[in-house]
Design a protein around this ligand. Structure first.
Ligand SMILES: [Zn+2]
Length: 369
């Protein structure tokens, strides 16, 4: 994760986040959601882990426990994470009075999310497919087809997450052939699932943690990705991995992922201070120096961006160091969370400051899981 860590925190600083939509701090979202504050509708969305439903902040349904809530910037992110839209607050429908046909179309999808709805299907509901495309594009930044694909893919990813076999997943979820699933997967994750099982590939899987699930990627030799599941970043991160490794990215498990899962379990239990799972983090020479510098910060200690810049003999590159810190692809293990502002403030953290705080407290023995 660590997508954003900056030596200077200034709310007016404009940071290029790769045009990724951002969401407010978690505490603010929790409060907005607790109050069902409609002024936050469209600002963020939230998924309820126990029900698999995602909502807008103003939803009137019973509130789950805060730890069962996951926040998203867009409905697309929530869909990819495997959530389905709440029937009550209809988060897919733009704020205001939605056209009735949109509600009808969404209801059709939810009747069987695994089904692939063609233009002919849409027409048979008395809806013009072109109009549906335009509406979704305008209101959700994606076509209706992309919406249903995300919904199907989210379902499929849930299954992969639960460890079901890829073939069953592909066949059971509206992909009449593996190629359909491969295409959908490739569009989202940039690599065909299944292919390359025999050849070299990057396997991706989920790792549960007390701070929420992490997505992990590994070659047969080393861990190359570990991110808190701010899934909107995944496409970017996968693109970078593909560029560096030139290998397909497929859901699955391997020895390295098992080792990472085991070690993270021990880390969160406070029983492991030094990871030994092999990691690989290709990047520019400068990036490598920053990331290697991070690896030298001991467990339980912190360092300022300035000191890190000095350590790697780039005293004038604080900002670049901070930015590179934020590009770290292997959260927790490459401890970008241990870099804080000189004045002791936390600075930034792509996984959310609450996670940075929690990791530091865990390492100081002030928090147990
Ligand atoms: Zn709702």
């Amino acid at each position: 994760m660590c997508t954003l860590s900056y030596p200077v925190t200034n709310s007016r600083t404009t940071i290029d986040k790769g045009h990724m939509p951002t969401i407010p701090p978690r505490a603010e979202m929790e409060q907005a959601y607790r109050r069902s504050d409609a002024s936050y509708d469209g600002v963020f969305f939230l998924g309820v882990r126990t029900t698999g439903v995602f909502c807008r902040p103003s939803c009137g349904a019973r509130k789950p426990r805060p730890r069962n809530v996951e926040y998203f910037a867009t409905p697309h992110d929530a869909l990819i994470a495997g959530y389905r839209p709440c029937k009550r607050c209809q988060p897919m429908v733009a704020i205001g009075q939605p056209p009735a046909w949109v509600g009808r179309l969404l209801a059709e999808v939810e009747r069987d999310p695994t089904r692939r709805l063609t233009d002919a299907h849409i027409r048979s509901f008395g809806i013009d497919p072109a109009r549906a495309r335009r509406f979704f594009q305008k209101n959700h930044g994606m076509t209706f087809q992309a919406y249903s694909r995300s919904r199907r893919l989210g379902k499929a990813l849930e299954q992969i997450r639960r460890g079901e076999r890829l073939d069953d997943v592909a066949l059971g979820y509206g992909y009449d052939s593996h190629s359909g699933f491969r295409d959908a997967f490739a569009r989202t994750f940039g690599g065909p699932p299944g292919r390359g099982r025999a050849t070299k590939c990057i396997k991706v899987s989920w790792i549960e943690s007390p701070l929420g699930p992490l997505i992990a990627g590994a070659t047969d030799e080393s861990l190359v990705l570990l991110e808190f599941t701010e899934r909107r970043m995944l496409e970017t991160q996968f693109a970078t991995l593909r560029r560096h490794f030139k290998r397909p990215i497929v859901p699955g498990e391997n020895r390295i992922l098992l080792q990472a899962r085991r070690e993270l379990g021990q880390y969160f239990a406070g029983e492991l201070k030094k990871f030994s799972v092999p990691i690989d983090f290709p990047g520019s020479e400068f990036q490598q120096r920053v990331w290697k510098g991070l690896l030298k910060i001991p467990y339980g200690k912190t360092m300022s961006y300035e000191d890190l810049a000095g350590k790697i003999r780039e005293p004038r590159s604080q900002r670049a160091v901070g930015h590179t810190n934020g590009l770290n692809r292997i959260a927790v293990i490459i401890p970008c969370h241990r870099v804080i502002n000189k004045n002791g403030e936390l600075g930034g953290y792509g996984g959310g400051l609450w996670r940075k705080q929690a990791l530091l407290e865990l390492e100081r023995g002030e928090r147990t899981y």
